[in-house]
Design a protein around this ligand. Structure first.
Ligand SMILES: [Zn+2]
Length: 81
């Protein structure tokens, strides 16, 4: 997709699968095994538009209860003090 990293200009981009955390209105969806292209130098990640659309669609389906997530985790939240 990218001939070189638009962040640092490095040309070594590899295909990897990563964990993507989608955030919207304070709600989260964690998706594992998401394909992306990652810069080997700075670690910048590039996702295809259709991949992000699919995650957004899954997020909406999970939060409107049209789809059940594979599993759910409890996430502690605290204020830095
Ligand atoms: Zn880079």
């Amino acid at each position: 997709m990218n001939a070189s990293c638009s962040f640092c200009g490095n040309k070594n981009i590899r295909n990897v699968k990563v964990q993507y955390i989608y955030r919207h209105d304070g709600q989260l969806l964690i998706v594992n095994g998401v394909p992306c292209e990652q810069c080997e130098y700075c670690g910048e990640q590039y996702f295809k538009a259709e991949v992000l659309k699919k995650i957004e669609s899954d997020f909406n389906q999970v939060y409107t209860h049209r789809k059940k997530a594979d599993r759910e985790i409890r996430v502690p939240v605290e204020q830095y003090a």
